[in-house]
Ligand binder design. Structure first.
Ligand SMILES: Cc1cc2nc3c(=O)[nH]c(=O)nc-3n(C[C@H](O)[C@H](O)[C@H](O)COP(=O)(O)O)c2cc1C
Length: 219
């Protein structure tokens, strides 16, 4: 019998990061919340990336990565793009302010308070994910804005995480009968809402935070 209480696991703390790499000449990246410093001398971090993520393949190919630290006021669209879409399908860095450092792209615009670049010194395959062990080459603080924690993302921004996140929890299946009204689907994360008529102008997706303009009517 399993003695794993999800509520206990929810008490673990994480941050919110965009981890990046190069795909030939193209910058790629995705949201991760599982990242931690593991030693001080030398400075080594570990970051956990799903084997299904395109970013995983690019980090393995280049052996280089950067971890960009998100702030509490980061635009939800940044999280929607980097956390719910794949560089397999889109150019995530279009309209994103970034620079190259130690062969990795680092985001430097709004919503980022600092970054770390590094070289992969080891990998550990853990079932569905790869733990990258990264020796830090540079660490830069960009501003004093408050870094976003995963708890803040979930509790204050009411954000969720997709299946590739190590901390993913499957939603409870609702036993409701067919909802009355019009159903709209979020084109960023797939969340569905059913309302009586139009979505209100100030509506934002409770899962990934994008505005009403990202919703389309479900046929
Ligand atoms: C809040 C949040 C946390 C996430 N944490 C992780 C994580 O720790 N590791 C991971 O592999 N994916 C995580 N993801 C999922 C990836 O960001 C997502 O699958 C992304 O679309 C992969 O993009 P890619 O295929 O371009 O690499 C997270 C997503 C969100 C929204």
């Amino acid at each position: 019998m399993s003695n794993i209480d999800q509520q206990a696991l929810f008490q673990l703390s994480y941050g919110m990061y965009i981890i990046t790499a190069m795909d030939n000449k193209r910058p790629v990246g995705c949201i991760v919340n599982v990242c931690s410093q593991v030693t001080a001398e030398p400075v080594v971090l570990t970051v956990c990336v799903s084997r299904d993520n395109y970013t995983n393949k690019c980090i393995k190919q280049t052996g280089k990565t950067a971890i960009c630290i998100l702030t509490e006021d980061a635009d939800s669209k940044l999280i929607g793009t980097f956390g719910y879409k794949s560089s397999k399908d889109i150019e995530k860095f279009e309209n994103i302010e970034y620079t190259m450092e130690n062969d990795s792209p680092v985001l430097t615009g709004d919503g980022i308070c600092g970054y770390v670049t590094g070289t992969v010194i080891d990998t550990v395959e853990v079932e569905t994910h790869t733990l990258f062990i990264v020796k830090v080459d540079s660490a830069v603080k960009l501003n004093d804005n408050t870094p976003m924690t995963y708890g803040y993302y979930r509790q204050v921004k009411r954000g969720k995480s997709p299946k590739n996140a190590p901390t993913y929890v499957a939603p409870q299946v609702k036993q409701e009968t067919q909802p009355k009204g019009i159903t709209y689907v979020c084109t960023v994360c797939g969340h569905e809402v059913t309302v009586d008529g139009e979505l209100p102008d100030d509506f934002t997706c409770p899962v990934c935070g994008v505005g009403k303009e990202f919703f389309k009517r479900k046929d």
